[in-house]
Design a protein around this ligand. Structure first.
Ligand SMILES: Cc1cc2nc3c(=O)[nH]c(=O)nc-3n(C[C@H](O)[C@H](O)[C@H](O)COP(=O)(O)OP(=O)(O)OC[C@H]3O[C@@H](n4cnc5c(N)ncnc54)[C@H](O)[C@@H]3O)c2cc1C
Length: 325
């Protein structure tokens, strides 16, 4: 038996969630006394695959085939299940990213495994796995034990720490071939448009988020400019996403993305509990809000009580003069 972790990459670059899944799998493997394999799927990845060693992978199964160059959920699930069968995996960990959400249920069906999606806690108790996941839109948490012999579990991004990389550690790479048929490639990603040229809020080290205090979509230029000057990504509260001011991909919170950047700037965001659920793990939180009683100030390291329309343009000016003169 073994443990398998799917290490997601895009254009040959591993996603942050890949490191989180690999690190968690290596910890569980140690606790359960099982071998662990990181699985890499795609094309032209021979050079990058060993770098997963920096996050605790000793062995990588590399499924490197031209027909897998772009993401195809059925083909990727087939490849991952073939790897799981070959290594008699007891547990397969997948990131609960858009890609992982597409693969994981297919994989569970293929492997006849128990399935726990989007978990935020995972531990070993008396030799068995126990998973925790939010239910009822995060109003409660369910604790899951498993009866099936196999489990497929997807991990919510930015919840499980990847830890510091040990850059000189390289994993041993084992090539693994899978037979992919035309039918497996019927649905596949032809182009990724949404993130083109933009930083993903879940991956960024700096996030500047705007809320309803911005009054309308036309004022988000302030947030975009501040984010660009700081080299960060733009985030948003659910209120503005629901209003159609910003795309859902930018939503931070319980029903949006969980973020753990080094710096989180919340502008015109009240700090509702569901928003805090997505950002309170940020290292340094700066809040700009005209209401001194806004709950966001309870989690903020630095608070500016003031009108965003006065404060943010001044910050932009200062940054333009100092950081990017
Ligand atoms: C099941 C469920 C899931 C949810 N999931 C999420 C989620 O994932 N993410 C999320 O964000 N929310 C989520 N919500 C919604 C959440 O409860 C709040 O409604 C939402 O976060 C409020 O967004 P907001 O802070 O932008 O707006 P508001 O609550 O309207 O706050 C606006 C803030 O801007 C300030 N302000 C106004 N004008 C100015 C100005 N000129 N300058 C400075 N400050 C100003 C105000 O003082 C206020 O604090 C969820 C709710 C439910 C029920």
């Amino acid at each position: 038996m073994s443990i398998i972790a799917y290490a997601e990459q895009r254009d040959g670059v591993f996603r942050k969630s890949a490191f989180e899944v690999v690190r968690k799998a290596s910890e569980l493997a140690r606790e359960l006394g099982l071998p662990f394999y990181a699985v890499v799927i795609g094309s032209g990845l021979t050079e990058v695959a060993p770098s997963l060693g920096a996050y605790g992978a000793e062995r990588v199964l590399l499924i490197d085939q031209p027909e897998l160059a772009s993401f195809a959920p059925a083909a990727y699930a087939k490849a991952l299940s073939a790897a799981a069968e070959a290594k008699r995996a007891r547990l397969v960990l997948v990131p609960a990213t858009a890609q992982g959400k597409d693969i994981a249920p297919r994989l569970a069906v293929r492997l006849d495994a128990a399935f726990a999606p989007d978990v935020t806690g995972l531990r070993v108790e008396n030799g068995s796995l126990v998973a925790v996941r939010p239910v009822y839109s995060g109003k409660a948490f369910a604790t899951l034990a498993f009866e099936a012999e196999r489990q497929v579990i997807s991990l919510r991004p930015n919840v499980f720490p990847a830890g510091a990389p040990e850059d000189d550690r390289r994993a041993q790479v084992e090539p693994f071939a899978v037979s992919i048929e035309e039918a497996d490639l019927r649905g596949r990603a032809l182009e990724i448009v949404a993130s083109a040229g933009k930083l993903d809020v879940a991956e960024a080290d700096i996030v500047v988020s705007g809320g309803r205090g911005l009054k309308g979509p036309e004022n988000f230029w302030m947030i975009e400019e501040l984010a660009a000057l700081l080299g960060g990504a733009v985030g948003a509260s659910r209120a503005v996403v629901d209003a159609g001011w910003r795309p859902h991909a930018e939503q931070v919170g319980q029903t949006g993305k969980v973020v753990t950047p080094k710096l989180y700037v919340a502008v015109g965001i009240s700090g509702a509990i569901q928003h805090l659920a997505g950002m309170s793990g940020s290292k340094v939180i700066v809040a700009i809000n005209k209401d001194p009683e806004a709950p966001i100030f309870q989690v903020a390291d630095y608070g500016i009580v003031g009108d965003a329309f006065e404060v943010v343009p001044q910050l932009i000016e200062v940054l333009k003069k100092t950081v990017h003169p």
